[in-house]
Design a protein around this ligand. Sequence first.
Ligand code: NAD
Length: 380
Amino acid sequence: MVSTTYNICTLPGDGIGPEIMAEGKRVLSAVGAAYDVDFVCEDHLIGGSAIDTTRDNGENVTALPAETLQAAQAADAVLLAAVGGPKWDDLSASVRPEQGLLAIRKNLHLFLNLRPVHIYRALRDASPLRPERLKGVDLLIVRELTGGLYFGEHKREDHVEGAGVNGRAGSFASDVMQYSEYEIERVVRWAYEAAQGRRGKVTSVDKANVLATSRLWREVNHRIAKDYLDVESSDMLVDNSAMQLVANPAQFDVLVTENTFGDILSDEASMLTGSLGMLASASLGDGTALYEPSHGSAPDIAGKGIANPLAQILSVSLMLRYSFKMDEAAATLDAAVEDVLDAGWRTADLADSATPVSKVLGTREMGDKVIEAFNKCCAK
Ligand code: NAD
């Protein structure tokens, strides 16, 4: 008998979005069948497809229809694929696909973003780092998402007399970086809780030797660390962190930082894996959480059935872990992905010159392999 039902708002979006989302949903059904959970998925429009549909219907043209937002707010979780494409690339257009993403993140009050960086044994050679540097790399970047520089006041004045610090004539611009104790605390606390379920180590990244916001960040980190004495806590300056991520990435377990530093460091860290098609992310807040691959809508391969669905599938795994506390199911799914790669199966983007053609799979076939491996792991 099915004991639990979860409602998922699924947003396939544009480009390869519908193709990879189909695999995410099939995997979710397999998980539901194995764990007696009914995942009810309902598709809604976002991005370019929402722009086209609202325009065709003669409605207010938008990348995030009100009905999508309501469904997302009412759901137990949101699973997004990707948005955008050349059709909507006109920078002067008043409505653009990515506005849908920003609007949904804002309206769901998603204040932290998680990006796990895991090196798959079988894909070690795809990383720009030497394999010995990748040994033991398994880190989680926790980034503050709704504060700091990106959300402070942005100002620009052109052709002003005596502008800027040196008083010379010319243009002047400023961006205000601001944080309240509350905004820092909720993210840092989350990082410590996450570390308790991992290797018990938090590195808080700041620029406390220069920035007032960073000094506040560090103070809050030290205060919160006292509540988690089982977690090893340290501070690291952001410039050093950028170096350490390349020099010795295995030293990190949970790395927590503010918005701008997190934006940059998470992209740097994602390159350790060497493959865009493997990176999932989660954005969490007070209400419904949102899960999505880190890559875009790959319009160059859309409709060809060759897109890599693994980042979408790994986003499902994050959803199981963080929204539904189904840690065992998530770990089994992660293991299934690892097994499929270990067995040599690849989508075209992961294949190299040594990959036999017979091992290169399309999107749906890769979904099949993961489901097969998942069911096998469950049966063990
Ligand atoms: P992209 O990530 O879509 O593609 C970059 C390269 O990686 C392409 O060669 C693509 O074919 C490949 N690629 C990406 N995902 C893949 C997958 N799952 N399987 C196989 N190959 C994959 O980035 P881009 O080309 O800069 O952007 C394309 C569109 O996506 C743009 O409209 C952009 O605005 C949008 N975009 C959306 C998001 C999002 O929805 N979160 C993020 C980034 C870019």
